[in-house]
Design a protein around this ligand. Sequence first.
Ligand SMILES: [Zn+2]
Length: 371
Amino acid sequence: MDNNRYDRYESHRPRKRVSRKTLRNRRLAALFIIAFLVLLFIILIAKGCSKSDKKGKSSKVTSATTITTQATTTDPAITTTATTTTVADPVNKSDFKLDKTSVYIEVGEQDTPMVQAYPEGTYEADERWSTGDPSIASVDNYGHIKGISPGVCYVTLRSAADPKQEVMIKVTVRGEGTDTSTPQSNKAEAPEPPVYDTEGLTYIEGVLIANKSYSLPATFAPGLETICYSQFQALSGAAAKEGLSIYLQSGYRSYHDQEIIYDNYVKEDGKEAADTYSARPGYSEHQTGLCIDVNTIDDAFGYTPEAAWLAEHAHEYGFIIRYPQGKESYTGYKYEPWHIRYVGSKMATKLHKSGQCLEEYLNIKSEYKSE
Ligand SMILES: [Zn+2]
């Protein structure tokens, strides 16, 4: 279509004669008006967005708007692309993605995984880093992982807003002359776990007790015990030979970690309900560094071949299913097929053969004192 046909040919309509200069000026004016309207439109949309956005996100949107505004004044064509950036905000609720889930470092060396946090505006202050074994690798608030001594441990990143959102990084620290790639298989001779001479700990028959009746001091922070982890690797390796995948989901949790988790559950479900499935800070067995949650923390795990294999073979590597089915009145916790506790093969075999749970066998209670 030729819009200028009336200019080039004599039209039937009577027309005013307009000079070329005036025409150009009019076009320029029209262009400015269009640009101004587009700018106005964008500002209105951006304002609407930042109002409906939750805290933390608004600053991000504002900065995007500033860029858009600058672009509009110079060239209306750019605005289209710039506006798209403003609209494309992630909708995920506080979530982390890492560029790697395993880290290999030498003793003294440092590595920092790249963290992508959602929603945008979630920064370092919202991240909670912890190490499963501070004697192997340390981690600071910014995710700088440093090799301390040869071995393998897990570093966990949690969201402060939602502690259930966690990602784990397997950290292998290599030192001179050490081979950390092949774990020793200690089947049928899993040694006793370490005994600490720390005030406030309760040992019965060599077993460190952490349940609703016996708590751990807040200062007790052993990290994931080396023996527990290496025996778990042996267990996991044996299961793999049978085509089963048993992996570490959650290991050591500090007193503070548990405080965050428990408080969050109480907020969600109330104290009474939270007490049936989550330990109060100081009462979690995860603080002993001697237990591991495997695979998926879900009742459905109980129906997998992995769970069946665990129930049958865990004791050979020194582990017990800590909260078995039908033992809630003794343990104080619902059936948790994924939670295994390291006690050494002697005790584990005793419990496995007797069919008793730990509290039942040791004749102890697991009840919170009434407040
Ligand atoms: Zn657990």
